[in-house]
Each structure stands twice: as structure tokens, then as C-alpha cells.
Write a protein that binds this ligand. Sequence first.
Ligand code: AMP
Length: 447
Amino acid sequence: MNEKCAVVGIFGHEEASKLAYFSLHAMQHRGQEAAGISSSDGKELHTIKKRGLVMRVFDEAKLKTLSGGSAIGHTRYSTAGDDSILDAQPVFARYDLGEMAIVHNGNLTNAEEVRNKLIEKGAIFQTFMDTENLIHLIATSEKDKLLGRIVDAVERIEGAFSLVFLSRKKMFAMRDRHGFRPLSLGRLPNGGYIVASETCAFDLVGAEFIRDVQPGELLIFEKDKKPKSIQVFEPTPKHCIFEYVYFARPDSNVFGQSVYQTRKNMGKELAKVQPIEADVVIPVPDGGVPSAIGYAQESGIPYEMGIMRNHYIGRTFIEPTQEMRDLKVKMKLSPMPGVIAGKRVIVIDDSIVRGTTSRRIIRMLKEAGASEVHMRVSSPPTTDPCFYGVDTPDKENLIAANMTTQEICDYIGADSLAYLCEESLLKSVNSTQDQYCTACFTGKYIV
Ligand code: AMP
């Protein structure tokens, strides 16, 4: 099961759970299916998790019961599958050293193997989440301290993980050796600390960015001490490039760069390598906005808002059936005929996955009177599924894995279609080295 989520940890603040709540709110785009927070008051942990949006799951009264000076939180994004509340996070457990809670963003690639071994030894699992493996690995480790047990556990898992652990007295944050998923460290205005998937959470709670948690690094938070760092693994960065393409919020800095600026660069590159004569450039909101601005600035073609988005509807991926997905696109995006009618339109989106959205949008633009519709995509064709935590469909449902660009163009009904090539994508993210995972565009898997 793919887990594409947000995690947060707050340490050393008397309203820790409230800050965790606000941080999750800022990172709601990373997962809308369920939300949860565990807090520690030094004596015991308190956990609330439920299906639904952060705002729906928590209220003032609930946050009050999540007392204590430290808290960790999670928003979960998952497609079809088990909708049981058991599959929401934090994962909480009592074990011989006390109590612990874990939140995880990413996807473990050897989860099944580890789980089978644990089951052979008598472990009983309650959920389908790979994160539950960690609980068992920690509980059954022979080390006498939690720190040693965490190190033991992470040495036995593979894949993508940005993790935050909470015990009664401490908090730990860890990133896998490749740093697939982001995780940043910040200072709270009162001197406490925050770790979060995206820096947009820092901005909301008034935290100051210190630095990213390094790939392979484990941070330990203890009362009245500066966070201690242990480099558990040699870092070999392979950051997820899809964070820049689609996933992260434009006002965040991930992997050391502004998401907005990077996305705008992609649009500029796209205009350089895939130019076309047209009257207007319009984005597919919201994902296509920064790259469409970049495309318009580079090409000199006016930028317009040609499609209106209804914000009160979830992401189209949430509904599992094809039928529902079509309906949701219709409900979500509507054309602005005054901008489009009689015009040659360049429409920009960040990616084409199944092709459903683009097909619907192009039909819509033509019905609204566009004389030509040229689709430009600010990333390469998505040809391969992600095993490191971004939710992508199987290869048979990825349109670019099964059709040529011309066939996709015909299928979506565009007058022309062009993508950003891998080389230009890497140029847009200022990558001089091989420090990004581009497996969804290349099929080159690292783990
Ligand atoms: P599709 O209709 O399947 O081609 O979906 C393409 C649209 O989904 C684009 O507008 C993207 O911005 C968006 N998108 C891309 N990747 C994802 C993802 N992993 N989850 C949700 N939406 C996505």
C-alpha cells in the first residue's frame, strides 16, 4: 500500500498538540483521508486519530485532551484499500520500555519480507500498514534503550521513510539514507523544536527553519537539550523529484529549494524546448499555475486564468472508480469562456497520469470555444509506478506506459501535446549531480 503523507513533530512547547494540529492543517494537501495526533505529558501518551480532514477530526475539546509538551501528527493519503481507522496514524503501542507512537511518510520496499519474518516469530499484526513493522522491530529488539532499538529497527527496513517517534520523554526524527521524502527541522518561537514534512508548516506556526534532517540522520530531542544528531547511514541522496513536480506546496522549501521557483523554472524550460504559437497560456489549477507563469514569462504569451477551480472538492484520485473520477473532474474545474473563446490556447499541467483529467479539460476548453488547444506538461511522461511513497497507479493504468505521445495527444483530443524532457527537468531543479529519484519517469529504481 502506498502512503503519501505528512508528518510533524513538536517538542518543548506547552501547546504541542495545537501546533501539531496547525502544522497538519498546512500540510493537508499531502493527505486527506485521515489525520491523527499523539501527545506526551511525560507520564503517558494520548492519541486521537480518525478518518477525515484535519479540521473535522480535531476540535478545541479534543486538542485539550492531547496534553503535554510534545506531540507528533500525521495526515494520511491512501487510495482504495482498507478504510479501517486502524490504518490511520500515529501507530501507538505499549511495550516493555513503556509507550511509543510513530508517524511515517514513505513506503517500505521490504515490508512484506520483514512482516513475514515477524509473523513466523509469533508477532500479531492489527493493520496493513508497513509502519506497524517498526513497532514490532522496536519491541522485539534486544537493545536496552529505545535509541538503540530504533537504530536496530531502521537497519532492517528498506525504502522510503521520514519518521517521527514519540516516547513519554523523548522524540526522534529519522530520514532514510536516500532522503526520498522531505523532512525539515525548525525552531519554535519559544525555543522548542519542530520537524515537518514541509516548511509551509513552519511558516504557519511561526517557526524558524534551521535545516533539513539529513538523509540517513537520526535526531534525538530531549528536555532542555539541543537536538542530538546521529548519522545512522551514509547519506546517498535520491530526493523524490515528484515533490517538485506536483506534490509539495509551492510556498514550501523542500530539499533546499523553493518549490514555487523550481516549478516556475520547469515552465520556463518547457517554453524553451516546446514552444508553440498561441494567444494565451492557461494553467490547470492549482498544480499547473507556477509552471504556466514560467511558460508565459519565457514565451511572452499572456497568462490568463482560463479554468476556474472549485476548492470545496477533494482531489480526483480519492474516488476509486473511473466513473466517479470523471464526475469529480467536471465538478472541480470549469472553463472561463470569455478568456478562451476564439483563442489558440496553451494549457499547462504538471503531469498526465491516467489521462482522464487532460481529456476532460481539453473537451471542456473546446466546448468553451477555443480554436486550438495545445497541451504542455511540465514533467516527462509518467511511465512507471512509485514504490517510495507517491501514490501512482499500476503501469497498465499509466497512459504514457501504454501509448506514444501522439496517441495520447489523439486520446486527450489536443491539437498538440508535448512534455518536458528529463534533462530539462533536472536543469529546472538545478541538479548538477544525480541526486534525484526520477523512477516515475524513467523506471530506474534505486532500491
Ligand atoms: P490523470 O487524470 O490521471 O491524468 O491525472 C492528472 C492530474 O492529477 C494532474 O492534474 C496532476 O496535477 C494530478 N496528479 C498527478 N499525480 C498525482 C497524484 N499522485 N495524486 C493525485 N493527483 C495527482
